[in-house]
Design a protein around this ligand. Structure first.
Ligand SMILES: [Zn+2]
Length: 72
């Protein structure tokens, strides 16, 4: 298999994974404790160890949100 095809397949898998993870999770603001949902692509934001930088819709803080599995 050509190397470019393998890279394209890998990228598709990563994008699908991030799409389903973002569909199955929601976030909690560490400042005010608000739980909120984000319909976005995980890949487009910096994230590590289950946390992701987001802006809180309640208090407006831009910080690393705590990720929770499941819907609100
Ligand atoms: Zn907040």
């Amino acid at each position: 298999m050509p190397r470019t095809l393998i890279i394209i397949l890998f990228l598709i898998l990563v994008i699908l994974y991030s799409y389903f993870v973002s569909k199955m999770t929601h976030y909690e603001c560490p400042k005010c404790g608000t739980h909120f949902d984000k319909n976005g692509w995980d890949l487009l934001k910096p994230h590590f160890f289950g946390k992701r930088e987001e802006k809180c819709p309640n208090c407006g803080q831009s910080t690393f949100m705590i990720r929770h599995i499941g819907k609100i």
